[in-house]
Design a protein around this ligand. Structure first.
Ligand code: AMP
Length: 355
C-alpha cells in the first residue's frame, strides 16, 4: 500500500517561477496547501501560495526549516544543487527523487543515461578543452553544437561550430565551462511527450505535442503532432522507458527529434514542462494536477486529449497582446503575474482550442 496525503497537507515546491505558480494553483484545487522556496524576493508563485521561504539553495538552516514545515517536496526546475535535495531528503520525501534531477541537469550524464538505455541521441563527446573538441569534431564530422553541460535552457549555453576555424571562438564563448559537443541531427520536426509516473508505478502519457522554437525559446506547441501512429507509439514507449529507469515519481518532459530512422531523444526535464501547458485546455486532468496527484500518492488521472490545442507562449513584449487575445472565445489565457517585462522572459501563454 502506498501512503496518500490528505487534504490540508502541504506540498513544498523548490522554485517559484511560473511552473511553481501553476503547481501551487493545482495543489490548491486538490485541497492541498503549498509552500514555495525561492531565493528571489518576489517569485511569481509567491502570489498564489500559502507560504514563501526566501533563502538561498545552500542555506542549510532555511532548507531544514522548510522541510519540517511541509509533507512532501518537489521542484519546478533542475538547477537546484543536489546537496539541497540531500538535506531535505533526510527529513521529507523528495519527489521526483535525486536521481531524476542529477541525471537530467547535466547534458553529459543525461546523454550517457539515454544511450545506456539503448535510446538514440545525437552523437556526443565530453569536452574539456581544444584537443577534445578537435578530436570530437573529426569523429562526428560536419558542423556540431558545443553545449555547456549545465545551466543551458531556452537555447542558452550553446554555440554552433561550422568548421575548425570557429572552434576556438566557440570555446571562448562558453568561457571554459565543462561542455559536450553534439552532432547536428537532421530532423523533420520536434515533438515532446509529457508523461507521469505515480507512487504505485502507474504510468500515463499525454499525446505528443509538436514544438516550434524561435531564437532557442519554445514558441508554440500544437497537439496532435503530425506523427504516424507508429511514431506516436515509439515516442510514448521511450517516455515510459525513461520514467521506469529513473524510478521517477511525478511528471517528466521528454523532447524528441523526429527523423526518418526513428526518434532521437534531445533532452529530458524531470518536471512539468512548458510544452505540456496545452493539457490545461486539452485534457480533463492537466500536467500540473497530474504531478500533484503523483507526488501525493493519489491515482493518476486520465491523460486523454478531448480537444486539439495550439499553445503559444507570450514572450517579453508579446504580453501586451493579452487584451486582444482575451476577445477570442476559443483562447484560454494564462498570465504569470510578472511585473517586469524583459526581452526573452516568459510572461504568459495562450491555449487555443482548434478542433
Ligand atoms: P536544447 O537546449 O538542447 O533543448 O536545444 C535547443 C534547440 O536547439 C532544440 O530545440 C533544437 O531545435 C536545437 N538543437 C539542439 N540540439 C540539436 C542537435 N543535436 N541537432 C539539431 N538541432 C539541435
Amino acid at each position: 500500500m502506498t501512503e496518500r496525503l490528505g487534504p490540508g497537507a502541504t506540498i513544498g515546491i523548490l522554485g517559484g517561477g511560473q511552473l511553481g505558480r501553476m503547481l501551487a494553483v493545482a495543489a490548491a484545487r486538490f485541497g492541498f496547501r503549498s509552500h514555495i522556496y525561492d531565493p528571489d524576493y518576489t517569485p511569481p508563485a509567491g502570489q498564489v501560495t500559502n507560504a514563501v521561504t526566501r533563502a538561498a539553495y545552500d542555506d542549510e538552516a532555511a532548507l531544514a526549516a522548510f522541510a519540517d514545515a511541509v509533507d512532501v517536496v518537489t521542484y519546478e526546475f533542475e538547477n537546484i544543487p543536489t546537496g539541497a535535495l540531500d538535506l531535505i531528503g533526510t527529513r521529507r520525501p523528495v519527489r521526483p527523487g535525486r536521481q531524476s534531477l542529477a541525471i537530467s541537469r547535466d547534458r553529459l550524464t543525461e546523454k550517457q543515461f539515454l544511450s545506456g538505455l539503448g535510446l538514440r541521441t545525437a552523437p556526443f563527446a565530453d569536452i574539456s578543452g581544444a584537443d577534445d573538441l578537435s578530436r570530437a569534431m573529426a569523429g562526428i564530422g560536419g558542423p556540431v553544437l558545443l553545449k555547456t553541460r549545465r545551466f543551458g535552457y531556452d537555447g542558452k549555453g550553446q554555440v554552433r561550430i561550422g568548421s575548425g576555424a570557429d572552434a576556438i571562438a566557440a570555446l571562448d564563448t562558453i568561457a571554459g565551462a565543462p561542455a559536450i559537443c553534439e552532432g547536428i541531427v537532421d530532423f523533420s520536426r520536434e515533438v515532446s511527450v509529457i508523461g507521469a509516473r505515480g507512487l504505485d508505478g502507474a504510468v500515463v502519457c499525454y499525446d505528443p505535442g509538436e514544438n516550434v522554437h524561435k531564437g532557442g525559446i519554445l514558441h508554440s506547441t500544437t497537439v496532435p503532432a503530425r506523427l504516424s501512429s507508429d511514431q506516436k507509439v515509439e515516442a510514448v514507449l521511450i517516455t515510459g522507458r525513461i520514467l521506469e529507469a529513473l524510478d521517477h515519481i511525478g511528471v517528466i518532459g521528454v523532447e524528441l527529434f523526429v527523423t526518418p530512422d526513428g526518434m532521437v531523444v534531445n533532452e529530458i526535464a524531470p518536471r512539468v514542462h512548458n510544452s505540456g501547458h496545452w493539457t490545461q485546455t486539452g485534457c480533463a486532468i492537466d500536467q500540473f494536477e497530474q504531478h500533484v496527484r503523483a507526488i501525493t500518492g493519489w491515482p493518476l488521472g486520465d491523460g486523454r486529449r478531448h480537444s486539439d490545442v495550439v499553445m503559444e507562449n507570450l514572450i517579453g513584449e508579446e504580453v501586451a497582446r493579452a487584451p486582444e487575445i482575451a476577445k477570442d472565445p476559443s483562447a484560454a489565457l494564462y498570465l504569470y503575474g510578472k511585473a517586469q517585462v524583459r526581452a526573452g522572459r516568459k510572461m504568459g501563454h495562450v491555449n487555443r482550442i482548434v478542433g
